[in-house]
Design a protein around this ligand. Structure first.
Ligand code: SF4
Length: 507
């Protein structure tokens, strides 16, 4: 294994490690071959390195802090913190949804009293999104429980749905919680957002500390407005280089998870910086942060900048104060990635770190494509898929399901022109390509859901999906095979019926 460029930085690190990206396979890879790891060669170097010593915890000398440490410090009213400390953190926003909300409410009432009031009716956001468009009575009942509780507590932000037959008849209804949180202005730099969903880390894109918690913790936060949390150490990922036009943020995060594995960031912050990150839109930054939990990360975080502030314009009237890592902040490891050298990747069944180049799986025959979820069901994700369909001028060869994350995304599909498409919208391009009509916005089959969930995998099929998890059973059938991919790769695969590198259509 040979190393290439090693980027040195004047930071307090003493060791360096090479980063690898997949080597192209000399021969086509069959499905069975794809079950193993691919060989590697070094074409870019990340340089993780250990701090020479643990940060000081005593004395009067103030040491630099990372973004996440600073958010923890402010939220716990401390001036200095180091990783590993347990502190009571004041919470700015608590989010829950129809799957975990009823359990959270039950714990809140059990521990604080049947007639107790929530700590702040304006800081709790309740979003039905998971099992919505179903006749499953227990799923429907969960939404009813949320509604009753929100009325009882006069919760300010409850994005209700009553008419399941037509989501557009419900102006308050949003859709997938993580994207709704962003679109409704609940993601603000420097704040603390906790949610009863592991992908709450999505909001780290805004320079916010955002993480998933369990129902018990959420029940406590509901009553007390704070939570005892351990300060995580930070891994810093420096992504530089021009992003090739066939890559999306999904490729970047799958690349990173493939490198550090699904446990590589366990209870750690993943901080993303560098010129490539600065060039990403907010939706792409969300894709990146959304999947840090797939590496075990406590949270992901991107420094707020003009892109962030512009996105927030008109979305919130709450003032916020961004924080940034100090020059002398201590990172447990730092990784450098030259994005210009990367290729489209997928995560093969059944783990998000089971990385392979898309082109190495070109012999993997697929039965369906799914474009949706908080990871891959945003407006830009559909725009990217439409771009591939448009460039090909062909029709899809397998059923292609489209599930917009939110009501706003759904409207964008019908209202926004796709750049370079002569005024055509995504919905027109999808129709011409033979895709299914965009479905009602919700989590859909990302999490399987009740049997009657739209696009649920009820057969042991092979699916290319823009979602974030490919564990056995995740999309419905326990023997289903899920290849996680970018919207570019998903659309290209739909056009061929095989896992396909989008460069076949984009160059
Ligand atoms: S879209 Fe999927 S990953 Fe996102 S919140 Fe819903 S079920 Fe979870």
């Amino acid at each position: 294994m040979a190393s290439s460029t090693i980027i040195s930085r004047s930071m307090p690190f003493t060791t360096k490690k090479e980063i690898n990206i997949p080597l192209s396979a000399p021969s086509p890879i069959s499905l069975s071959k794809c079950k193993g790891r691919v060989p590697w060669k070094v074409v870019a170097v990340m340089a993780p390195a250990k701090s020479p010593r643990d940060p000081s915890t005593t004395g009067s000398v103030k040491v630099g802090m990372t973004m996440t440490e600073k958010i923890f410090a402010r939220a716990s009213e401390r001036t200095q913190l180091v990783p590993g400390e347990n502190v009571w953190v004041n919470v700015d926003v608590l989010m829950t949804h129809d799957v975990c909300g009823p359990g959270t409410i039950g714990i809140f009432k059990k521990e604080f009293g049947e007639n107790a009031k929530v700590w702040d009716r304006e800081k709790i956001v309740i979003i039905p999104d998971h099992y919505i468009f179903t006749s499953d009575e227990r799923a429907n009942r969960n939404v009813d429980i949320l509604r009753d509780f929100c009325m009882e507590q006069n919760i300010k932000y409850f994005y209700d749905i009553k008419d399941l037959g037509n989501f557009r008849a419900n102006p308050d209804y949003k859709g997938v919680c993580h994207i709704a949180l962003a679109q409704e202005g609940h993601c603000r730099p420097g704040e603390v957002l906790l949610g009863t969903d592991s992908h709450t880390c999505n909001a780290g894109a805004f320079g916010q500390f955002a993480t998933g918690i369990g129902n018990t913790d959420a029940g406590f936060v509901m009553g007390a407005g704070k939570l005892l949390l351990k300060v995580p150490p930070t891994l810093r990922f420096v992504l530089d280089g021009e992003m090739p036009n066939f890559l999306l943020a999904k490729d970047l995060i799958l690349q990173i998870i493939g490198e550090i594995t699904v446990s590589g960031a366990t209870y750690k912050t993943m901080e993303f910086v560098g010129s490539t990150i600065e060039s990403l839109s907010m939706e792409e930054r969300m894709t990146l942060c959304n999947m840090v939990i797939e590496a075990g990360g406590k949270n992901g975080v991107v420094p707020a900048d003009q892109t962030t502030f512009k996105y927030l314009e008109g979305k919130t009237s709450t003032s916020f104060e961004p924080v940034y890592s100090d020059g002398g902040a201590r990172f447990q490891q730092e990784y450098k990635i030259d994005v210009s050298k990367l290729e489209p990747v997928v995560a093969k069944p059944h783990s998000p770190d089971n990385r392979a180049l898309a082109r190495e799986c070109k012999d993997v025959k697929i039965n369906r494509v799914y474009i949706g979820s908080c990871t891959g069901g945003k407006t830009e994700d559909f725009m990217a898929a439409a771009k591939v369909f448009l460039a090909s001028g062909k029709k899809v060869k397998v059923p292609t399901f489209l599930v917009p994350a939110t009501q706003k995304v759904w409207m964008d599909l019908y209202g926004l022109p796709v750049p370079g498409a002569g005024g055509k919208t995504c919905s027109q391009i999808f129709e011409e390509a033979g895709c299914d009509v965009p479905a009602s916005p919700n989590c859909g089959a990302c999490l399987g859901g009740p049997k009657d969930t739209y696009a649920r995998m009820n057969e042991p099929q092979v699916c290319v999906s823009t979602t974030n998890r490919n564990f056995p059973g995740r999309m419905g059938h326990k023997d289903g095979q899920i290849y996680l991919a970018s919207p570019y790769t998903a659309a290209a695969s739909a056009l061929t019926g095989f896992v396909t590198d989008p460069r076949e259509f984009l160059q």
